[in-house]
Design a protein around this ligand. Structure first.
Ligand SMILES: [Zn+2]
Length: 237
């Protein structure tokens, strides 16, 4: 099995390449994202597109990418419905034949298992959600979406033995560095990659406060701070 790679697009956007080369794109806000270093044209292939909720900074260019790559879109039912009726995503490109799925649901697409998890946040359609991905080599990645801390993160950590957690740390609309560092004590991943900071002036602007708190709360978690466009590679040991 090859290494996996995670490329940060800034904000909550990631492109994950699985050990078997499948491309999974989460919350692809590319056009007008001040931190995103790539253009929509740079994305020519995708297998799975995940949307956590329908705010502009997460829904972003999901519909464009699904339409041009033929990827399968995963979103909560009412969000999936909006993407079909208002943004022209064909129902055959949506999980479960156009229905999408809901919290607790899971789906295997091309060898990658996607589990939808709860998130505490607002959304115009459906509930905001997070995702856990199980890649072909068993690597387990949690993208929390936009959320405050919740105690059931402990259960998610227990059930899915997380390798990598992608956590918002920006405050204002999501967990701040303090909550995100406490979330790690519940989730207990091997690696954390902070996200959802710096994009807007009211968000935490850098990761220094978060890094200090993680070192104090749970020093065995490795913090990987990416610059937008930068990739992290990981191999499960
Ligand atoms: Zn957001």
């Amino acid at each position: 099995m090859k290494k996996i790679s995670l490329k940060w697009l800034g904000h909550a956007g990631f492109i994950i390449t699985s050990p078997q080369g499948k491309k999974i794109i989460i919350d692809p806000w590319i056009v007008n994202n001040p931190l995103c270093p790539i253009k929509l044209d740079d994305i020519s292939a995708a297998d799975i597109v995940l949307v956590t909720h329908d705010h502009f900074d997460h829904l972003g260019n999901a519909a464009d990418i699904v339409k041009k790559t033929g990827a399968t879109l995963v979103a909560a039912p009412e969000t999936a419905s909006k993407l079909q009726s208002q943004m022209g995503v064909p129902s055959e490109n949506v999980a479960y034949g156009g229905y999408g799925m809901n919290i607790g649901g899971s789906l295997e697409i091309k060898g990658v298992t996607i589990i939808m998890t709860q998130a505490f946040h607002s959304s115009e359609t459906a509930s905001a959600v997070g995702y856990i991905l199980k890649l072909e080599d068993g690597t387990s990645i949690y993208h929390a979406g936009d959320t405050g801390i919740f105690d059931s993160m402990r259960l998610l950590g227990k059930l899915y033995r997380l390798d990598i957690a992608l956590l918002p740390i920006g405050g204002a609309f999501t967990m701040d560095p303090f909550q995100a560092s406490k979330a790690l004590t519940l989730l207990k991943p091997k690696v954390v990659i902070p996200m959802h900071f710096r994009t807007f002036p009211m968000l935490e602007q850098n990761t220094s406060r978060f890094a200090k708190l993680v070192k104090k709360e749970i020093p065995k978690v490795k913090i990987v701070v990416l610059e937008p466009g930068q990739e992290f590679t990981f191999k499960r040991s």
